[in-house]
Ligand binder design. Structure first.
Ligand SMILES: CSC[C@@H](O)[C@@H](O)C(=O)COP(=O)(O)O
Length: 380
C-alpha cells in the first residue's frame, strides 16, 4: 500500500521564518509571530506591539498549540512590562485568551511572577520588565530542551512497543516545531523515527474544522522529507481496519491529575479505535501540560469555538461570504457544535511520554510521582 503514495520534501527547515521571536527595533520592543492561519500558502509575519494584539493572535490561532501558547503568553507579559502597560491586566487577558491549554496560564504565570518578584525586591519597572523577558526566554529554551528529550523517550518507547521497526504512525492536529521552541511533542517523536530510518509512514489526519493536520503537519512533514499521507478524519476507521496503523501519537493541551488527556477534537475517537484494534495510543507532552489542579477529565474546560468554523470554509484568498468571511458549506443559519478539544480517559491511553520519562500504565499516582520529581529537579 505504501508505494502508491508520493513522498515530498527534501529535509528543509520546517519554516523559513521562526515561529516566534522577540525584537527590539528603535520604536520599541515587539513580538513577531509566524501567522499560522496563512500556512501553507505563505509564510507571513505578524507583529504584536501590545498584549491585546497578542490576545487576538491567540484567539484567531495565528499562534497556537499548547507549548507555544505558553511561550507566547510569557513573552506577552514581557511585552506589556517593557512597553509600560498594566502588567496584571495584560496577564489576566492573556491567560484567559484560550481556556483549555494549561501551558498558556503557566507561561503567563512564570513571566508575571518574575516581574512581581523583581518589583518586590525593589527593582525599577525597567529591571522588572527585563526579569519578565528573561523568564520568557528561559521558558522558550526549556521547551526546546524538553522537546528533544521527549523525542528520545518517545522513539525508545515506539521501538519497544513495535520491535519490528518500520513504524506506521497516525497523528492528529499539529504538534511539531510550529507549536514549540524545539521540534514539538508527538511530531518530534515521528521526526526522530524518520531520522533513525524507522518511520515507514506518517498518517496525517486533516483535523477538521481548522485543518491543522493538512495545513500545518503535512507542511512540516513535507519539508522534513518523511513519507506521509493525508487523510480525512473520518477515514481513520477504515485505515485501522486495514491494519495500516501501528501506533497513534498525539500531543495534549491539558492532562488532568487522573491522566485524562484533553487534545484537539477527534483525538478521543482515535483512542477508541486504537483500543478496538489493539494499537498503542501514545500521548507526548511536556510536564508543564500536566495540571495537578484539575482533578479529572470532567473538570477540564473545553473551549467552544464559533459555529462558522464548521459552516464555512475559509482561506485567505476567498472574499467574505458568510458570518466568518468564508464560503458557506451549510445552509445559512445552521447551528454547529464546535468544541475545539475532546477528552480521552486514562484507561484508553497506553503511555504518556514527557521529557522526564514515560508514564505507563497511566495512573494518578504515577503522574503525581513524575510531576513531584520534576519539581524537585527544578528546585536543585
Ligand atoms: C503539542 S501540541 C498539543 C496540542 O496543543 C495540539 O495537538 C492541539 O490540539 C492544538 O490545538 P490548537 O487549537 O491548534 O491550538
Amino acid at each position: 500500500m505504501a508505494d502508491q503514495y508520493a513522498q515530498a520534501g527534501e529535509g528543509k527547515r520546517p519554516t523559513e521564518i521562526p515561529v516566534i521571536r522577540w525584537e527590539e527595533p528603535p520604536e520599541g520592543p515587539v513580538l513577531v509571530l509566524l501567522d499560522q492561519t496563512r500556512l501553507p500558502s505563505e509564510e507571513v509575519e505578524l507583529v504584536c506591539t501590545d498584549a491585546s494584539a497578542l490576545v487576538e493572535a491567540i484567539r484567531s490561532l495565528a499562534v497556537r498549540g499548547a507549548p507555544l501558547l505558553g511561550i507566547a503568553g510569557a513573552y506577552g507579559v514581557a511585552l506589556a512590562a517593557a512597553r509600560g502597560f498594566d502588567v496584571d491586566e495584560a496577564a489576566t487577558a492573556l491567560a484567559g485568551a484560550r481556556p483549555t491549554a494549561v501551558n498558556l496560564a503557566v507561561g503567563v504565570g512564570r513571566a508575571r511572577s518574575a516581574y512581581a518578584a523583581a518589583l518586590a525586591r525593589g527593582d525599577a519597572r525597567r529591571q522588572a520588565a527585563a526579569a519578565a523577558l528573561a523568564a520568557a526566554r528561559q521558558l522558550h529554551r526549556e521547551d526546546a530542551e524538553a522537546s528533544a528529550r521527549m523525542a528520545g523517550h518517545g522513539l525508545a518507547l515506539l521501538d519497544e512497543l513495535l520491535p519490528g521497526g518500520g513504524h506506521r504512525v497516525l497523528t492528529h492536529c499539529n504538534s511539531g516545531s510550529l507549536v514549540s521552541g524545539g521540534e514539538g511533542t508527538a511530531f518530534a517523536v515521528a521526526l526522530a523515527a524518520h531520522r533513525a530510518g524507522r518511520l515507514r509512514r506518517l498518517w496525517v489526519d486533516e483535523t477538521r474544522p481548522l485543518l491543522q493536520g493538512s495545513r500545518l503537519t503535512a507542511y512540516e512533514a513535507a519539508r522534513s522529507g518523511m513519507a506521509y499521507t493525508l487523510l480525512t478524519d473520518n477515514a481513520a476507521g477504515s485505515l485501522f481496519a486495514a491494519g495500516e496503523v501501528d501506533a497513534v501519537l498525539i500531543g495534549a493541551d491539558r492532562i488532568a491529575a487522573d491522566g485524562s488527556v484533553a487534545n484537539k477534537v477527534g483525538s478521543y475517537p482515535l483512542a477508541v479505535l486504537a483500543r478496538y484494534h489493539h494499537v498503542p495510543f501514545i500521548v507526548v507532552a511536556p510536564v508543564t501540560t500536566v495540571d495537578p489542579q484539575t482533578a479529572d477529565g470532567a473538570s477540564i474546560e473545553v473551549e467552544q469555538r464559533p459555529g462558522f468554523e464548521v459552516t464555512e470554509v475559509t482561506a485567505p484568498q476567498v472574499q467574505p461570504a458568510g458570518a466568518g468571511g468564508g464560503i458557506p458549506v451549510a445552509p445559512l443559519g445552521t447551528q454547529a457544535y464546535n468544541p475545539a478539544f475532546d477528552v480521552t480517559p486514562p484507561e484508553l491511553v497506553t503511555a504518556i511520554v514527557t521529557e522526564e520519562g514515560v508514564v505507563s500504565p497511566v495512573t494518578a499516582e504515577a503522574l503525581a510521582r513524575l510531576c513531584a520529581g520534576s519539581r524537585e529537579a527544578a528546585m536543585d
